[in-house]
Design a protein around this ligand. Structure first.
Ligand SMILES: NC(=O)c1ccc[n+]([C@@H]2O[C@H](COP(=O)([O-])OP(=O)(O)OC[C@H]3O[C@@H](n4cnc5c(N)ncnc54)[C@H](O)[C@@H]3O)[C@@H](O)[C@H]2O)c1
Ligand SMILES: [Zn+2]
Length: 351
């Protein structure tokens, strides 16, 4: 017997990303803020002062990527049950991408899903992690391997939160910003070259454009079958750099900056980017104190690590490359010798 089930997915998901001073937030429901020890000391009071709701709870977890685990999610869930949150309740993520990803995932699980709102407090989470609905945790097999696509009800981006952000963390966010410009928008790229990130209105403009671009990509491809992969520009190389350095030497955005340099070197080798264009990107990264060099110890070991990436389907490595500035191309046909030649230019022997 066959019982065909046809669920026509007609859900239209709409929400706004507000880029402004955090407004008064009124909810006729129970609310739990999820944050970490660092962010709560700096910004929790401010957030609480803006919220009006039935009952308000705060769940504070330890700070660090190493706490982005199922165990932490379970602890958060337990606290929500202790506070008797119901199906109408709301979670608010106050923090960077770690808090955002984990809060979203917890919201997707609690009683099969409750609402959540993002209040991202790092540049990276404001331009990248808080938009797109990817939520999840890490496990011993890798990063973000457990999770769900689950969209927030709203995202509130207030650049004032960034005033307390360490400089290195700020720069790490800039790597994801330049990524979007190189992949999709030459005009935005030119704007970024001149942008003074210390000016609030410039920063807001930059965040707005990055969010817009990410939203366009996600809208075209919510489940990452096609164009969403383009967001991995710089990441194929960057992930190997992160892996080789045991996730200790570089922040993710810093490894992405190195990865962008490597991807661009490949583009230049393939003749789809000029030396001059590569140089422009390099100078931008340097200006923002992002690393642009990396010394590969052993090219073969580095090369083998490409295959650890979950995106390397059927033994083919998919390279997301800049095709000039503001345009991208996805290539899975790169000759090993060409690739190794590029990697060699990042090793001692290449000098
Ligand atoms: N869901 C997505 O689409 C997506 C996209 C990119 C990255 N991510 C995830 O995001 C995470 C990285 O995010 P992140 O870079 O924001 O890291 P993070 O959340 O670890 O924050 C970085 C550090 O800054 C601190 N911090 C946060 N806000 C602060 C503030 N205003 N002032 C001072 N300190 C502050 C945090 O406590 C932390 O120590 C990774 O887990 C990554 O997998 C998710
Ligand atoms: Zn990234």
């Amino acid at each position: 017997m066959i019982v065909p089930i046809n669920l026509e997915n007609q859900t239209i998901i709409k929400y706004n990303v507000m880029i402004e001073k955090l407004p008064k937030l009124t909810f006729n429901r129970k609310v739990a803020i999820v944050t970490n020890t660092t962010v709560s000391a700096l910004h929790l009071e401010e957030l609480i002062s803006r919220i009006e709701c039935d009952e308000l709870y705060v769940v504070t977890i330890e700070d660090g990527e190493e706490f982005k685990t199922l165990e932490t999610v379970e602890n958060i869930l337990n606290e929500l049950f202790e506070h008797k949150l119901d199906r109408k309740s709301l979670l608010i993520a106050l923090g960077g991408g770690v808090i955002g990803d984990m809060t979203g995932f917890t919201a997707s699980l609690y009683q099969r899903g409750i609402g959540f709102v993002q209040v991202p407090t790092t540049l990276l989470s404001q331009v990248d992690a808080s938009v797109g609905g990817k939520t999840g945790v890490n496990n011993k097999y890798g990063k973000n391997l457990i999770g769900a696509f689950y969209q927030p009800e709203a995202v509130y981006i207030d650049t004032d939160f960034l005033k307390t952000l360490p400089k290195r963390e700020f720069a790490a966010g800039i790597a994801e910003i330049i990524k979007m410009a190189v992949m999709f928008d030459k005009e935005y790229f030119d704007f970024l070259m001149e942008a003074d990130f210390t000016k609030k209105e410039v920063l807001e403009k930059v965040i707005e454009r990055s969010v817009e671009l990410k939203a366009e990509v996600v809208n075209l491809d919510e489940k990452e079958s096609g164009i969403r992969a383009v967001l991995n520009y710089g990441h194929t190389f960057g992930h190997v750099v992160e892996n080789e350095t045991n996730y200790k030497t570089y922040l993710h955005g810093e490894a992405v900056a190195i990865g962008i340099m490597m991807a661009n070197a490949l583009s230049v080798e393939l003749g789809i980017m000029s030396e001059n264009e590569m140089q422009q990107v390099k100078e931008f990264l340097q200006k923002h104190n992002l690393p642009v060099d990396y010394e590969i110890e052993d090219i073969d070991t580095f090369y083998d690590k490409f295959f650890l990436d979950k995106k390397a389907a059927n033994n083919k490595i998919k390279f997301i490359l800049a095709n000039g500035l503001g345009k991208h191309v996805v290539r899975d046909d790169i000759d090993v010798s060409v690739l190794k030649k590029v990697l060699k230019s990042f090793s001692k022997k290449g000098e």
